[in-house]
Ligand binder design. Sequence first.
Ligand code: GAP
Length: 522
Amino acid sequence: MAQDDVFKKIVSHCKEYGFVFPSSDIYDGLAAVYDYGQNGVELKNNIKQYWWQSMVLLHENIVGIDAAIFMHPTVWKASGHVDAFNDPLIDNRDSKKRYRADNLIEDQIGKYEEKIDKEVKKGAKKFGERFDEAQFRATNPRVIANQQKRDELHARYAEAMQGPDLVALRQIIEDEGIADPVSGSKNWTDVRQFNLMFSTEMGSLSDATNKIYLRPETAQGIFVNYLNVQKTGRMKLPFGIAQIGKAFRNEIVARQFVFRMREFEQMEMQFFCQPGTEMKWFEYWKRVRLAWHEALGMGDENYRYHDHEKLAHYANAATDIEFKMPFGFKEVEGIHSRTDYDLSQHEKYCGRSIKYFDPDTQESYTPYDVETSIGVDRMFLSVMCHAYTEETLENGETRVVLKLPEALAPVKCAVFPLDKKDGLPEIAHEVVDELKFHFNTHYGDPKDSIGKRYRRQDAIGTPFCVTVDHDTPKDRKVTLRYRDTMEQQRVDIADLRSLIENRVSVTSLLKRLGAQIAGWDK
Ligand code: GAP
C-alpha cells in the first residue's frame, strides 16, 4: 500500500476510534487545530507520564514547574522571538496558496534524493548479491549527476538561510523551476518574513502596551523562573527544570495532521550547567533522549539523529531526533545547546542579576543551558504510525490492530462476560473492580459477539482481553488473550494482576531505561 494511503488510514482510524477529532468538528473544523478524544487523551497522558517520570524520578537533580501561558511581553523581546521568530513565506499568485519558501526548496532537495534512491534500488535489483552500493554511488553517471545537483542546491540553500537572504531564496525557487505543488503554477510573489507568534490584548484597552503573546515555546517559562527554583530549591549546578505545556505558533503551512499544529504541547527540560561543560551535557542528553525513545521498542532502525547546519539564534549546537513516519524521517525532538543566551538576555532586559554563585569555585557566573524539547503531539503521531497494522488472518479476514507499546495503550485490559446469563457479568465486574486500581481496565458488554469485542479492543490497542465463561464460576479461571499474537491462555483470576501489571506499567519502561543509562558518564 502507498505510504500516502497508509497515512490517510491512520488519520481516519484516529477519528473513528476516539483518538483525535478535528477541533470544533460540528463547524467543519479549524485548520491545524485538533482535539483528543477518549482514547487519545489516555495515550497522550501515558506519553507525558513516561517523559515526566523519566526526568524527575530518574534524575535526582531535575525538578518540574508549571508556568503560565501568558507572560510579560518583554520576555519575547528578550528571547528574540519578536524580532527573529519568522518563517520565509511565498504566495502563488494563481492558486492564491501560501507556502514556506524553505519547505519548497527542501522538497526539491528531497526530489533529487528520491531520484538517487531509485537508481540505487534499480542497481541493487539488477546486480543482486554482487551489488556494491558504495561503488555504484561513486560510478553511476545518473547518481553522480543528481548527487551534484542536490549538493549544489543544498549549499545555496544553506547559505541563503543564514540571513536569511529572502532574495536569494526567491532566486533558488526561480532557478530550480519549482512549481506550486497543487496547481503547477510558477507565478510566485517575493519571499517575505512572517512572525509565527499569536498575539492578543490583556485587559480592556487594545493599545500596543497591552499586547501579549501566546507562548511559542514553553522554555521561556523555565528561564524566567530559573532563579526562583534555584534559590527556593537550593539547587546546585548542574540541575534541570522540566515542564509540560501548551505552545502556539501561527504556522504558515500547517500539515500532516498533528505533525504541524497551531496549538500543540511541548515537553521541555532545560539543564543548567557550568560554562565549558555544555558540550559534555549536550552529548549526554542526546544519548539519554534516544534511549528514552528506544526503550519503547518501536525499532531502533526507525530513529536517527539529524545535526543542524543552520543554528537558531540562541544555539551553539543542535540535533534533532527523527522518527520514520509514513512520509519519511521527521523531527520529533530537538536537543539544543542554548549557551547562556536566554538567561543573559533576561538579565539584560529585567535589569536584575540572574547569576549563579558557585560555592565550589567562589565565583558568580551565568549558567549555560542544554535543552531537550519534544512535541507531545508528534510523539503521539509517531506511536500511532508505528502501531497501525493491518493483518490478513487465516480465514482471509483483515484485522486492524494498534500494536502500541503496552505501557502507552489507553486501555490495558478489557474484561468480557461471554454471556448475559449465569452470573457471568457479575464476575466480570468483580474482576474489573479488582484490576481498575492498578491499571486502566474496561468492562465489555456482552451484546456483541466475543470476536467483535476482541476486534474493537485490537483497534484501540488494548494489550489484554479477559473472557469470563461458563466454567469460570466453577474453577475461578478465565481466558487471557494477548493482542499481538492472539494467543489465548487459561489463567486463575487471582493471577491476572501479576500477569498484566508488569507489562503495562510506565514503571516497567522506566526501569528498563534507568538500567540502561545508570552507568553513563555524567
Ligand atoms: N524550545 C525549543 C523549541 O521549541 P522547536 O524545534 O521549535 O524547539 C521543539 O520545537 C519540538 O516541538 C519539535 O521537535 C516538535 O516535536 C514540536 N513542535 C514544534 N512546532 C510544532 C508544531 N507546529 N506542531 C506540533 N509540534 C511542534
